[in-house]
Design a protein around this ligand. Structure first.
Ligand code: DMJ
Length: 641
């Protein structure tokens, strides 16, 4: 940048202006403003040239274009009668091809003309004085600031809000069940009140040290993860004062313009999911506004050569990157594959298809890829678009990708057949290659790694029991009974993993090797961190079968949590579920309030609280309404479909 040969271009002598901080070496500090500006102009002309050249090249981008046929179905703001297709985005066939070429030629001519105009303007600028240029820059700056302010203030367009059925109540008739439900509510109060006193505004709570806690998934800032994650649980439990308290904090303190690097996946499922659910339940606009603000901050994560997002993004700079440990800089299936539900709702609520397009692009890309044995590997390189290490899992790294395929179909009022097909195909491959029966008769889901099946199942994979049950209805070749049974078998296995411990709480991961069945072997796998997946599966199985064993198993887990995880300052995870004297990890995870206690509460509620034909739970247990668009009419518009 300081190459002397490039500097004396203007020919005019302008006294040197010291622009750098005092400690700068003299030769850098004395760079002249006019020279800097000229350099900038040359650079921008060069970039414009490259940009133009890009468009003159033969068009290979056709191969990357996708037909996003669901757009009209899912986004009511798009007027279906206009055809609604953006010519730059959709694949064009047959007789339309000629028209398409003409359109491209017109576009190229326009770019050529713009390019020449830009060069002319640059030449003109070179003739201007430094003051004139400064004034122009200032005017431009003001214009941009003004535009941003107007954009911020612009109210979101009105949308038909889906019928919100069963957002409160759920009182069970049975007295014993009612008491159990009250107990769960009391546990929620205990977790919330202590966080309120000792951790308020921090992401999580250290219940023993009685102070705030955070992890790298939330970056360096205090974003009140527990508040956002807990809101909808507070709401359905009728804890309205606590809900309002949380709402006030969000209104006045939740700020996403922070220099902090966060996990795109975690922020999406906990924050965007939590805010959207709070919005739908309470109707308070602030939650929708915050969700959209945050989503905008996540969008730069998608700026990769393939459109597969980075795992992490800096909320301020928009710079993204991947976890160092993830197979040579890969993105992770369960992370980039767990955005669909929230992003579809964002497009639905804002009328802006950008979110929808991002997740549909991911789907289309995945559909085109080869899958070893029909299985999706957990790692995908966002630069090359190639799979990383061949490791497939229904537990950590893979889990919620499969969940979101099924839920995309459910959330679209069962109209997103593409998602259902991907789910059915994936589940068939999983059943064929990963699901086995142990010698003792327990069905488990192993992991495919380095060309063989590891007979190990994670606590996280226990969610799949609920998923199989939820996906039973609508399954291929009418195998509903089979999938419900499979879900029940997974629930039984996961219950065994709890029952075979001293604390009656499940380990992080358990093996099926020889004599060892559903038991953790390595010390590092014996912890329980207040995770929800097993209780989540009990709840789905309860809803679909009403078999009392699921309430009984859920109650066993609730009692164990109360006995071994409750401390006076909240709830803590334990380090070894096989030791009868538990050591606490001193962390009250935000998902304990979002998921574990919510699923327990629902397990002891009647089915009319958040009925499953109207609500779909995101992977953090935040309920989002089914978009029943078939009967939706927009004012002034014909029916959307
Ligand atoms: C939650 O944040 C979500 O359920 C996620 O999908 C994976 N697991 C944690 C809780 O265990």
């Amino acid at each position: 940048m300081t190459t002397p040969a490039l500097l004396p271009l203007s020919g005019r002598r302008i006294p040197p202006l010291n622009l750098g901080p005092p400690s700068f070496p003299h030769h850098r500090a004395t760079l002249r403003l006019s020279e800097k500006f000229i350099l900038l102009l040359i650079l921008s002309a060069f970039i414009t040239l490259c940009f133009g050249a890009f468009f003159f090249l033969p068009d290979s981008s056709k191969h990357k274009r996708f037909d996003l046929g669901l757009e009209d179905v899912l986004i009511p703001h798009v007027d279906a009668s206009k055809g609604a297709k953006n010519p730059g985005v959709f694949l064009i066939h047959g007789p339309d091809e000629h028209r398409h070429r003409e359109e491209e030629e017109r576009l190229r001519n326009k770019i050529r003309a713009d390019h020449e105009k830009a060069l002319e303007e640059a030449k003109e600028k070179l003739k201007k004085s430094r003051e004139e240029i400064r004034a122009e820059i200032q005017t431009e700056k003001n214009k941009v600031v003004q535009e941003m302010k107007t954009k911020e203030k612009k109210p979101l367009p009105p949308v038909p809000i889906p019928n919100l059925i069963g957002i409160d109540g759920g009182d069970p008739e049975d007295n014993d069940i009612r008491k159990k439900r009250e107990k769960i509510k009391e546990m929620m109060k205990h977790a919330w009140d202590n966080y309120r006193v000792y951790g308020w505004g921090h992401n999580e709570l250290r219940p023993i040290a009685r102070k705030g806690h955070s992890t790298n998934i939330f970056g360096s800032s205090q974003m009140g993860a527990t508040i956002v994650d807990a809101l909808d649980t507070l709401y359905i439990m009728g804890l309205h004062d606590e809900f309002r308290d949380g709402q006030k904090w969000i209104e006045h303190n939740l700020d996403f313009s922070v220099n902090s690097e966060v996990s795109v996946f975690e922020v999406n499922i906990r924050f965007i999911g939590g805010l959207l659910a709070a919005y739908y339940l309470s109707g308070e606009e602030i939650f929708k506004i915050k969700a959209v603000q945050l989503a905008e901050k996540l969008l730069p994560a998608f700026n990769t050569p393939t459109g597969i997002p980075w795992a992490m993004v800096n909320l301020k700079s928009g710079v993204g990157r991947n976890w160092g440990w993830a197979s040579a800089g890969s993105s992770i299936l369960a992370e980039f594959g767990t955005l669909h539900m929230e992003f579809v709702h964002l497009s639905y609520l804002t009328g802006d298809p950008v979110y929808y397009k991002k997740v549909m692009h991911i789907r289309k890309l995945l559909q085109k890829m080869d899958r070893p044995n029909g299985l999706y590997p957990n790692y995908l390189n966002p630069r090359t678009g190639r799979w990383g290490q061949y490791h497939t899992s229904v537990g950590g790294l893979g889990d919620s990708f499969y969940e979101y395929l099924l839920k995309a179909w459910l959330m679209s009022d069962k109209t997103d057949h593409e998602a259902r097909k991907m789910y059915d195909d994936a589940i068939e491959a999983i059943e064929k290659h990963l699901i086995k029966k142990s010698r003792g008769g327990l069905t488990f889901i192993g992991e495919w790694k380095n060309g063989h099946l590891e007979k190990k199942m994670g606590h996280l994979a226990c969610f799949a029991g609920g998923m199989f049950a939820l996906g039973a209805d609508g399954s291929r070749m009418d195998k509903a009974g089979h999938y419900l049974e499979l879900g029940a078998e997974i629930a039984r296995t996961c219950h065994e993993s709890y029952d075979r411990t001293a604390l009656k709480l499940g380990p992080e991961s358990f093996k099926f090797d020889g004599a060892v069945e559903a038991v953790a072997v390595r010390q590092a796998e014996k912890y329980y961190i207040l995770r929800p997946e097993v209780i989540e599966t009990y709840w789905y199985l309860w809803r679909f079968t009403h078999d009392p064993r699921y309430r009984q198993w859920g109650w066993e887990a609730a009692l164990a949590i109360e006995k071994y995880c409750r401390v006076s300052g909240g709830f803590s995870g334990v380090k070894d579920v096989y030791s009868s004297t538990p050591t606490h990890d001193d962390v009250q995870q935000s998902f304990f309030l979002a998921e574990t206690l919510k699923y327990l509460y629902l397990l002891f509620s009647s089915d009319d609280l958040l009925p499953l034909d109207h609500w779909v739970f995101n992977t953090e247990a935040h309920p989002l309404p089914v978009l029943h668009l078939a009967n939706t009419t927009l004012s002034g518009n014909p029916a959307v479909r």
